[in-house]
Design a protein around this ligand. Structure first.
Ligand code: KG4
Ligand code: ZN
Length: 409
């Protein structure tokens, strides 16, 4: 069965064609992330305008890359929550229009459920019941997965989401946005035991999380030690900016099976081509090497300051992950479950993956992560999860609405 997945819950506009829930024929992702960077977080209005501009183009690319036509699609799966209301509505509206005009069923998919499903998109058999962990920019949720359509909530964050704590901390450290990949990179050269940041385990036996304490402790540490901080873009930004602007090939979205990422510059040019529209040049800024992406001359902190920054990042990351790993593994032990599915943007972090694998192995638990390209928001996981739910008899009608605060279980 060929399913067209649509994902527009936050800053990624994505369309994907997936066969039988696991065979990813295309997974096109356009991201407005670069447009939000200077604000230090996602600006809903910008995200929504971007979705509107590129959604048609991204869907067309999703079909083309999968060498599929609309009349071959048998089901439309779309994220209906949680997320930004306006952003969700754009995906839902186009999904309804396609479902109606093609006379094929529509299914609304919970974004959190899709993140969990992404861990088994390589075809590995799920052993029900198992434990699911979503660690993303908006959510930190631990569930017991009893069946494809049956999830029981075990715990969730009481304040910041895990990715949100990374993003806010990176802002305090003047490292840029999004914080997760930057902190992971900085932490590589740091000592995770250098600073003893607090771990919030909460009440005995609780599977809830709280990350505001460690975030505040880091803020005080920076203030009290007068840590040298210099605003800068990271080498990660630079590498990507250069890729965006230096080669003509990079202007064309990859057509190969699998995953391609469309830059704002590409989307802007292609949307314009498609619709003959014109926009101010600042709307989709073209990043050029030597400008936005380059660290300013002499901007790096001195050797000592740099070392401290690496240690702060490594210690912060360890404090967060110690709690996540402990709670996820304890949930498996308490529920007597032997499989742990992890998804969401933070699950791409290699330190977390290593920590979880180590602890899981010691307890005889199988832990599964999505491929890197499926960790952050994408439509393949929506198409895959939608297929599974459809097979369980779930289907949506045209009253499907955005549910910005949708939870799990
Ligand atoms: O799943 P996602 O793309 O969006 C939401 O559904 O929220 O997750 C984005 C989040 C951001 O907060 C980002 O900082 C975090 O995932 N993230 C990471 C890493 N890569 C992305 N956090 C820690 N380490 C990473 N390598
Ligand atoms: Zn997500």
């Amino acid at each position: 069965m060929l399913v067209l997945g649509i994902e527009t819950s936050c800053d990624e506009t994505s369309a994907s064609v997936v066969r039988d829930g696991v065979d990813i024929l295309s997974n096109e992702i356009a991201s407005s992330l670069d447009l939000h960077k200077k604000y230090g977080g996602i600006v809903p209005e910008i995200a929504c305008r971007y979705h509107l501009e590129c959604i048609n183009y991204v869907i067309k690319e999703g079909l083309d890359a999968a060498k599929t036509k609309f009349n071959e699609i048998e089901l439309i799966a779309v994220t209906y929550g949680p997320g930004l209301t306006g952003a969700l509505l754009i995906g839902i509206s186009i999904a309804k229009a396609l479902s109606y005009s093609l006379s094929i069923p529509l299914i609304g998919v919970n974004h959190l459920y899709a993140h969990i499903y992404s861990a088994i998109m390589n075809g590995i058999e799920i052993k029900f019941p198992c434990v699911g962990l979503v660690i993303s920019g908006g959510h930190t949720v631990l569930v017991s997965v009893l069946g494809y359509n049956n999830v029981k909530l075990l715990g969730q964050t009481r304040d910041d989401a895990c990715g949100e704590a990374f993003d806010k901390t990176a802002k305090v450290l003047k490292l840029g946005f999004p914080g997760g990949p930057i902190i992971e990179k900085e932490a590589e050269k740091g000592n995770p035991h250098a600073i003893d940041f607090p771990r919030a385990y909460l009440e005995k036996g609780s599977f809830d999380f709280s990350f505001s304490g460690v975030k505040t402790a880091l803020l005080y540490y920076v203030r009290d030690t007068n840590l040298q901080l210099t605003p800068r873009h990271t080498s990660l930004d630079f590498a990507r900016d250069r890729r965006d602007s230096s080669s003509r090939d990079s202007e064309r979205p990859a057509k190969s099976k699998g995953f391609s990422r469309i830059s704002p510059a590409q989307s802007f040019r292609l949307c314009k081509e498609m619709r003959g529209a014109t926009y101010p040049s600042t709307y989709f800024p073209r990043l050029r090497s030597g400008q936005a992406g380059l660290p300013a001359e002499g901007s790096r902190a001195n050797a000592r300051g740099n070392l401290q920054l690496n240690d702060v990042c490594a210690s912060f990351q360890k404090a967060i992950f110690d709690v996540i790993v402990d709670k996820a593994i304890s949930a498996c032990i308490q529920e007597k479950l032997k499989q742990l599915l992890v998804g969401g943007g933070v699950s791409t972090n290699k330190v977390l993956q290593a920590m979880l694998k180590d602890r899981a192995k010691a307890e005889g638990i199988e832990v599964l992560f999505p491929k890197d390209a499926l960790c952050t928001d994408n439509a393949a996981m929506v198409a895959g999860a939608g297929y599974r739910l459809y097979k369980e008899g779930v289907c949506s009608d045209y009253s499907l609405d955005a549910e910005p605060n949708l939870g799990l279980g």
